[in-house]
Design a protein. Structure first.
Length: 174
């Protein structure tokens, strides 16, 4: 599913984010930038050890923050490590909004044309996916309506259930 937002395309895809050929893919990271399971595990396996090494040099960031490394052996040139909230820690919606926004800003700072997001925080971190879909899509649409050089933002959803939730939400968005 694709939607034009001002000069950019917002696209939903069902698949594995490590297969994406966008300039950057977003990792659902933790504040210590230790690549664990889920998306991070898949990135570490396919991208090789260089990504974790670069993360170790950066050392960490705040919840809601985002940092960038190269993509190692991935097709994507960069990985943007976005730290979403763990459900129950407080102020989760705002933190998820910031993780999304800071990833988009970082992509623009590096003059990237395309970026692919997973549904941040909705796996191991336990954030309800319907709520995440609304926050991440609202944030992205508002961002794309302002000044950006991003041509394409993809949400790469794992499995049909996740895809359908994002699709339903995007159909509601103006
Ligand atoms: N491609 C796209 N989406 C995926 C993939 C994939 N290959 N694998 C899982 N998902 P998660 P979190 C979906 O757990 O909740 C790690 O240990 C998954 O179904 O990756 O933010 C990190 O190191 C879910 O909807 O991220 C952190 O410590 C979504 O991606 C912690 O987990 C996010 O699930 C982060 O937890």
């Amino acid at each position: 599913m694709k939607k034009k937002i001002k000069n950019s395309i917002l696209e939903l895809i069902e698949g594995d984010i490590t297969d994406m050929e966008t300039d950057a893919i977003v990792n659902a990271a933790n504040a210590n930038l230790i690549l664990g399971g889920g998306v991070a595990g898949a990135i570490a396996r396919k991208g090789g050890p260089k990504i974790q090494e670069e993360c170790n040099k950066i050392g960490g960031t705040f919840v809601g923050g985002a940092v960038i490394t190269t993509g190692g052996n991935l097709k994507a040139k960069y990985v943007i490590h976005a730290v979403g909230p763990r459900m129950g820690e407080g102020n989760e919606d705002e933190k998820l909004r910031n993780a999304t926004l800071n990833s988009l800003k970082l992509a623009d700072k590096y003059n990237l044309k395309s970026i692919a997001f997973p549904a941040i925080s909705t796996g191991i971190f336990g954030f309800p996916i319907k709520r995440a879909a609304k926050i991440m899509l609202d944030t992205t649409i508002t961002y794309l309506k302002e000044k950006t050089n991003l041509e394409k933002v993809v949400f790469c959803l794992f499995g049909k259930d996740s895809f359908d939730i994002f699709k339903k939400q995007l159909e509601k968005e103006q």
